[in-house]
Ligand binder design. Sequence first.
Ligand code: MG
Length: 414
Amino acid sequence: MVRESANKSAFAIIVAAGSGSRCPGPQAKQFLNLCGQPLYLWSVKAFQESQAIVGIVVVGPKHNHEILLKMQQETALFDKVKAVVAGGDSRTESVSCGAAALAKAIDHLSESDPILIHDGVRPLVTPKLIGKVAEQTGPKQLAIPTTTPTATVKKIVGKTITETIDREAIGLAQTPQGVPYGLLCKALEHWLEDPTKRVTDEGSLVERLPLEKRTGITTINVEGESSNLKVTFPEELQQAESLLLKNINREEVPYKPRQATGFGYDVHAFASERKLILGGIEIPDHVGLAGHSDADVVIHALVDALLGAVGAGDIGQHFPDHDPAFKNLCSLHFLERAMTIVREKGFYLESADITIVAQEPKLAPHIPAMLTMLRKTIASPCQLNIKATTSEGLGFTGRREGIATYAVANVTAK
Ligand code: MG
């Protein structure tokens, strides 16, 4: 039965308040990086895109002001998000916090308005499913998406299997689950009388109401989507990632790796009447290198490695060698700017390793001073290593024509 007021607008409460204890790591699972975005944000995006939804409340963790602030920033681009609020100790308490915030944010909320409650750890929910659930939620009607189990289902009593259950008669519940606002409030009020009772979805929350308070209420089964998986364990994160990558337009959402390595290489020829600057310090008693800036071949290779690691092009794009602003400029400025780009792209520098190839001068005694200078400019903790080698007299470095440098940089997503 399709409810009469099919064009009526629906609201959503996205619950992203869990502690994520089953997914190892420092972050709760709803904040794990999924294709470049926090996992819960994919749900927010799907609800934003759904034409059936006019307002969204996102519920974050309890007692974590910093995370809530971050969530507010992350959802700022979605104009349907009306509030980001702290949740409670249990899922139902968090839904209750979300319902209260919704009532506060929407002054014309009526008892029959469909409220879709969604788990923030189901990132693959589609606007299509959201539309179907909203459509089927009526003043006296809940709508719950389910899928049919693919395996044969057995009834187990103790250690014994007692019967095979017709799997066509079984549904695995998903979210979003649609409940009319008035009924949701009644069911939450009733649950709050004994909040120790664990409720895992809105369907069972309403089932807990005394019979007289839910007379005439029906729950409609909506065909769920097998891709609408709940990320509870790490392997499900990988599964969600591969499913998302199939769907998303890569141009629209740039892929952000959790870890990345960048490689840099640079060469400068020796030139008389120039100071030799390597790794941000002056190496005395040797001719310098030709170049537009100070020709610090070590920093140039490192900068290219950093830019490469965060997918930000190369040193020439950021600091063109025809730009008079960079003439004779100390290359530490390039390094400082490259580190800002690394941070702006949402990464930390974990480590960098640099190999300088020079037949002369002897560089080993200068490496500690180079490291000190680079560390000071990088200005964040990381492992930094510099090695100097010769090319055994071979090639252009061996012929003492110039210096080459190789660098690799490793970054991890914030
Ligand atoms: Mg260069």
